[in-house]
Design a protein around this ligand. Sequence first.
Ligand code: F6R
Length: 258
Amino acid sequence: MEIVICRTKEEASRKAADMVAALVKKNPKCVLGLATGSTPVLMYSELAKDVKAKKISFKNVRSWNLDEYYGLAPTHDQSYRYFMNANFFDRIDIKKANTHVLNGLAKDWRKECAAYEKAIKAAGGIDLQVLGIGSDGHIAFNEPGSSLASRTRLVSLTPQTIKDNARFFAKASDVPRHALSMGVGTICEAKKVVLLAFGANKADAVKAAVEGGMSQFCTASALQAHNDAWFFCDAAAAAKLKLRKFYAWRSETVLASL
Ligand code: F6R
């Protein structure tokens, strides 16, 4: 794991965008794994700026998103498909047909999830996976207690995640209780992982993921066994890390050598 600690989320988002942009430049046909939530929005804006400035193009990029609320139509304004179109896909030159989000209305969720995994494999696997982190340490919707070997499947949201995500809905009871989500095992197969974490309410999760034991009670901790996982944190999210000064110094050296 490399932990990049920045003063602000703006700085961290730009650095993470640089890592994604470098891959897209090097491999214009790369396969991206993408996340929703409030955390990656700034990074998506930075990448959209790069496209507008003609520094990069997503014309031949293919993408697979992490998750989707189960029961929400893609046209629902809180669905993750809607979010991705509004915050990223409609602002860059990617072909919509090359973007994939799990179908929250799939009648047979097993078939939907198996086909999703198969399609990722057929595309050659995910080259770079973008992640946020839940306040309970989840990645995608792999809540505490999810097997670290889990694959794409139907999952249940914890009361904590329902509470955290209620800010996007009119009321907490509107937040779906279930989702389709890539598994921890699926995510860890990505060749490179870029996780973003901002704000004091992520500090405990970041601490558990980076410096706690590897455990299904903090599914982001599975990334400790990944050999190319990057955490881009702002100062508040990194505040509880014991070795934060060391990580900051080390990542500067490593980033400069890329
Ligand atoms: C989103 C996702 C979630 C979020 C996490 C953090 O696709 O899979 O794991 O990354 O819940 O959400 P925010 O960024 O809203 O704090």
